[in-house]
Design a protein around this ligand. Structure first.
Ligand code: C5J
Length: 228
């Protein structure tokens, strides 16, 4: 396997030069509370089918990354059970009757250790894959993600998961400012709001790829196929 060789992935605004050995698959917040019918997202009136369409392509990409022995990292948004890392502003935002830390349909909402906080079974992490528990929207804020990536000599990220305009976008912006090249397969990210999905992807690749590149999982798999 030639994982140190560069392969070209069809992408916008121009082709992405992928070096698999230096590229982690970063899967953002594929948690039950965001994606399952009985979860917090659905309780708020969101259409979870918008997010669930990403499960199949994410599974394929994850399987390929695992088969190739490449780095996979998962994230989960959530807080300590005592809520000491939950900013009061985040707690009360939305003026919802049920908010973060309260009991929701799948346990306490966005609290670590609760059923709804965990990753969906379809994409469940292997024991060898780091899981970043993040209190914010971005995966770099108040976590050891940057240190893990540096220690593994990772310079590129394929960022997937939910939701496009919130945690995926925030993470890509944080990564970009830290010098990582981010590639986003459009079929592996999603928003509850189709218009945010469309604009979120446009914003990444605008102005010569101001935050990164947008591609499709089929193009990434095809490029990886050359290395396997
Ligand atoms: C949100 C996320 N949307 N993972 N979280 O609150 O994007």
């Amino acid at each position: 396997m030639e994982m140190n060789h560069t392969v070209t992935v069809e992408a916008e605004p121009y082709p992405f030069e992928l070096v698999p050995a230096q590229c982690a698959l970063l899967i953002i917040d594929m948690q039950r509370d965001f994606l399952e019918a009985g979860g917090f997202g659905a309780m708020l009136g969101n259409d979870v089918s918008q997010l669930r369409r990403t499960i199949k392509p994410n599974r394929k990409l994850l399987a390929a990354w695992r088969t190739a022995g490449l780095q996979v990292i998962h994230t989960r948004e959530g807080h300590r059970p005592d809520l000491t890392d939950l900013p009061p502003a985040k707690k009360i935002r939305g003026r919802s009757k049920t908010c973060i830390g309260d009991v929701g349909p799948m346990g306490r909402i966005l609290v670590r250790g609760e059923p709804g906080h965990d990753i969906i079974p379809e994409l469940y992490p292997l024991p060898t894959e780091p899981v970043i528990d993040k209190p914010g929207k971005g995966a770099f804020f108040a976590t050891d993600l940057h240190a893990i990536l540096q220690n593994r000599d990772i310079k590129q990220l394929i960022v997937t998961g939910v939701t496009t305009e919130v945690c995926v976008h925030t993470t890509i912006r944080e990564a970009n400012d830290r010098g990582y090249d981010c590639l986003v397969p459009e079929d592996c990210v999603s928003s509850y709001f189709p218009e945010f999905q469309e604009m979120g992807l446009k914003m990444i690749k605008a102005q010569g790829g101001i935050f990164g590149w947008v591609s499709h999982s089929a193009y990434i798999l095809a490029a990886l196929g050359y290395c396997l």
